[in-house]
Design a protein around this ligand. Structure first.
Ligand SMILES: *[C@@H]1O[C@H](CO)[C@@H](O)[C@H](O)[C@H]1NC(C)=O
Ligand SMILES: *[C@@H]1O[C@H](CO)[C@@H](O)[C@H](O)[C@H]1NC(C)=O
Ligand SMILES: *[C@@H]1O[C@H](CO)[C@@H](O)[C@H](O)[C@H]1NC(C)=O
Ligand SMILES: *[C@@H]1O[C@H](CO)[C@@H](O)[C@H](O)[C@H]1NC(C)=O
Ligand SMILES: *[C@@H]1O[C@H](CO)[C@@H](O)[C@H](O)[C@H]1NC(C)=O
Ligand SMILES: *[C@@H]1O[C@H](CO)[C@@H](O)[C@H](O)[C@H]1NC(C)=O
Length: 353
């Protein structure tokens, strides 16, 4: 996220402040002094075009990017600034050598704001970052300077690129007689395509407390125990894992749950300190799969019965103790103890990881 903000800020400053000072131009080395097979889609009629674009060190002379603006032919461009965005991406701005007027005493220039991405030394693609300017023929994505020449230093230049009317189409430059292809599935970053800069871990796509690592075009989740899958949304069935099942004590059943598992003592067995032991008391009252599926209506009467019995036994015990003059807890404390014991019993019934 941080990088993204820096990037956008950098772009904003360069485009708005520096570019018009004709500072310096540094075209990607591969591109300079070469002729390129230039494929693009015509803005005015969406027809595919394949032609040759010749680039010198800093100019496009007598160029295939030739436009007519109010009767003026514009086909010579000079690179006035560039900005390396990364090892593979460069922003380059060309200014038209000639000016045009839409009436007396009005000098305008056109600018080409090109964002190049290198695929291989023989293959580049680029987008024109400005919005479509309908006053030129053929219609093209060019920026128009303010009236007069040169334009004011705070002219928005390429900054209209995030307000496209319609998505810009990719344009390729391939060295003639070479065969490199744009990869089908490559994330071809459009100028305003946030997916190229976005932090893929924000918001965290990894569910169930999984941790996320952000990569250029993807992310990796590290899931917590019990979960797997791209987004940690697939429960691991621990009961199918022989080693884990072996961790359930003898006389118990493994029950898979979301992100975990339970070991529930089989009928007739009682959970004591992590093991399931045979029941010494009357078995019918001790529905032992006490995992007690809390909320299962069938289990509630049983639970109530157990509570009553335990309460009765404890009460009996205490009454006897008092009888023998042994110092005992008050009633309310005694009640609390029953609760604690019950809570303990319940807690021990379900062994969770
Ligand atoms: C450009 O277009 C030509 C003609 O359609 C095609 O043969 C060539 O493969 C295209 N180049 C790229 C890089 O797609
Ligand atoms: C001007 O550009 C068009 C394509 O837009 C091309 O067909 C034509 O040959 C170009 N003219 C010159 C003189 O380069
Ligand atoms: C994630 O972890 C927090 C704190 O460790 C915990 O409160 C929360 O229940 C966990 N969420 C899930 C879905 O496991
Ligand atoms: C993501 O994690 C998997 C499994 O640990 C690993 O094989 C893969 O290389 C990781 N992806 C990246 C981009 O590191
Ligand atoms: C993972 O999460 C992302 C973002 O929430 C979603 O687009 C994607 O479809 C999910 N993938 C799977 C396999 O669930
Ligand atoms: C419960 O088992 C653990 C070891 O599994 C042992 O250290 C502990 O003393 C036992 N507690 C009781 C009350 O038996």
């Amino acid at each position: 996220m941080y990088n993204y903000i820096i990037f956008r800020l950098g772009l904003f400053l360069i485009l708005n402040r520096n570019i018009l000072s004709d500072a310096s131009c540094s075209l990607p080395t591969d591109i300079k002094n070469s002729a390129w097979e230039y494929n693009y889609t015509k803005v005015s009629d969406n027809s595919p075009q394949s032609t040759i674009l010749r680039v010198s060190t800093t100019t496009l002379q007598n160029s295939i990017i030739n436009l007519s603006a109010f009767g003026t032919k514009i086909r010579d461009w000079t690179c006035i600034n560039s900005l390396a965005l990364s090892n593979t991406q460069t922003l380059v701005v060309f200014k038209s050598d000639s000016t045009f007027s839409d009436g007396p005493s009005k000098n305008y220039r056109l600018y080409l704001c090109m964002k190049f991405t290198k695929v291989t030394p023989d293959l580049y693609y680029f987008y024109l970052l400005s919005d479509i300017y309908n006053a030129v023929t053929p219609n093209e994505r060019v920026f128009v300077s303010d009236e007069g020449n040169p334009t004011a230093n705070d002219a928005p230049m390429c900054s209209t690129f995030c307000k496209y009317t319609g998505s810009p189409k990719i344009r390729t430059l391939r060295r003639p007689e070479t065969r490199d292809e744009i990869p089908d599935k490559a994330a071809l970053c459009e100028p305003c395509d946030s997916t190229c800069q976005v932090d893929r871990c924000d918001p965290n796509p990894c569910q169930n407390n999984g941790s996320c690592v952000d990569f250029k075009e993807n992310y990796n989740c590290t899931c917590t125990d019990g979960w797997r899958g791209k987004n940690c949304t697939t429960d691991i069935n621990e009961c199918l894992d022989k080693q884990r099942t072996a961790m359930c004590p003898q006389h118990s059943d493994c029950l898979n749950t979301d992100g975990s598992y339970e070991c529930n003592c089989k009928n007739g067995y009682q959970e004591t300190n992590g093991t399931c032991t045979g029941d010494k008391m009357s078995t019918e009252d001790k529905s032992t799969d006490l995992g007690l599926k809390i909320g299962l209506s069938a289990g509630i009467p049983v639970l109530l019965l157990v509570i009553i019995i335990v309460a009765f036994v404890i009460w009996k015990k205490r009454t006897r103790q008092s009888t023998f003059g042994v110092k005992s807890n008050t009633n309310s404390d005694g009640h609390k103890n029953v609760e604690n014991e019950l809570a303990e019993v319940e807690q021990n019934l379900v062994v969770k990881t």
